[in-house]
Design a protein around this ligand. Structure first.
Ligand SMILES: Nc1nc2c(ncn2[C@@H]2O[C@H](COP(=O)(O)OP(=O)(O)OP(=O)(O)O)[C@@H](O)[C@H]2O)c(=O)[nH]1
Ligand SMILES: [Mg+2]
Length: 314
């Protein structure tokens, strides 16, 4: 049977809640979330099917694409992340521009004719000009009610016909309404993915994301920007997953930060990550973490590719 089906790119500045929203609609932890900007480094697909009672067709399959927060910056890793976001907006059927309603800068929408300091936002808007644009005003759980209406009016001026939907990805408030708005913009046709498919990412990738998320949580501001996680070994023994993962940092001096006093940090990290991986993949898990130094990995394309960030981000 036909459904409404298509791609919805979730784009926006770093830290606005894009990955939190994807995890919320999928009802599971697929991607890393943290209070540190630029947590997401790659495009990630998450497929969600919703019912549309009384409509024809009565279901929609929304293929969400979570993207890295767009920010100007130098170096191959930042450039790669920026290109991944802009390409996702170009390819999508619908673009969801997520905005942090708590950020004072969100009180006004970027002006359509462009300002130099907003160059990435404008690159995104240009990329999404071909597709319906929805603005999600996120984090309204912590926004004063009186601030919301002026913000909705300000963002309505962004483009003709743009829909503004206030949500809270953290509490789930109004997220179902947002999904219906997204669905209404998708073309009717055959489903794009098999019914049971949630993501195109492997269990290895999901484990890697969860370990990286724990790394962000445990280290907070002390975390070196260019740290990465790589799965080195992956076996299944009598129903238990046995994983060996490496935390990659760029300099010898960063190693003690991750290890902590007498190894306390990496131990805590291992315990939390093991539990989260076991929960996400639904299997008992044994996790061993190693720390490695790979000089200036984020500066060289070959090292980036080794860590899974190179090549075509599709
Ligand atoms: N209060 C509140 N906080 C939220 C909400 N959604 C996300 N957050 C918080 O905002 C921070 C950033 O969330 P992420 O989902 O990692 O943001 P992102 O846009 O994916 O960030 P990047 O991947 O770095 O671009 C986290 O601390 C979240 O807990 C929300 O609806 N309300
Ligand atoms: Mg993210």
């Amino acid at each position: 049977m036909d459904v409404r089906a298509g791609f919805c790119a979730i784009v926006g500045l770093p830290n606005v809640g894009k990955s939190t929203l994807l995890n919320r609609v999928l009802g599971r932890r697929l991607v890393a979330v943290s209070s540190k900007p630029q947590t997401t480094r790659d495009r990630i697909l998450g497929v969600h099917t919703i019912e549309l009672p009384g409509e024809t067709p009565p279901r929609a399959q929304i293929a969400y694409v979570d993207t890295p927060g767009v920010q100007t910056g130098r170096g191959p890793l930042r450039r790669y992340m920026r290109d991944a976001a802009i390409a996702a907006a170009e390819d999508a059927d619908v673009v969801l521009l997520l905005v942090d309603a708590l950020d004072p800068k969100s009180k006004t929408a970027p002006s359509p004719d462009g300002e130099a300091n907003d160059s990435d936002m404008h690159a995104l808007l240009a990329a999404s000009r071909e597709h319906p644009l929805i603005v999600g005003l996120n984090k309204v759980d912590r926004l004063a009610k009186t601030d919301l209406l002026p913000m909705i009016q300000a963002w309505s001026a962004l483009a003709p016909g743009v829909e503004i939907v206030p949500i809270s990805a953290a509490t789930g408030d109004n997220v179902d309404a947002l999904e219906r708005v997204i669905a209404s913009k998708l073309p009717a046709g055959p489903a794009l993915f098999p019914e049971e498919m949630v993501t195109d990412r492997s269990p290895q990738f999901i484990a890697q994301e969860i370990i990286r998320e724990q790394l962000y949580h445990q280290l907070g501001k002390e975390l070196p920007y260019a740290s990465a996680v790589q799965i080195e070994t992956w076996t299944e023994r009598r129903g238990e997953l046995v994983i060996g993962a490496v935390i990659v940092v760029e300099r010898e001096s960063q190693k003690p930060i991750v290890v902590g006093k007498g190894g306390s940090r990496v131990r805590e990290l291992g315990i939390a990550a093991r539990a989260a991986v076991a929960e996400a993949l639904g299997k008992p898990t044994h996790l061993t973490l190693f720390i490695k130094v790979r000089e200036e990995w984020s500066q060289t394309e070959t090292e980036l590719r080794k860590l899974g960030y190179g090549g075509d981000p599709s």
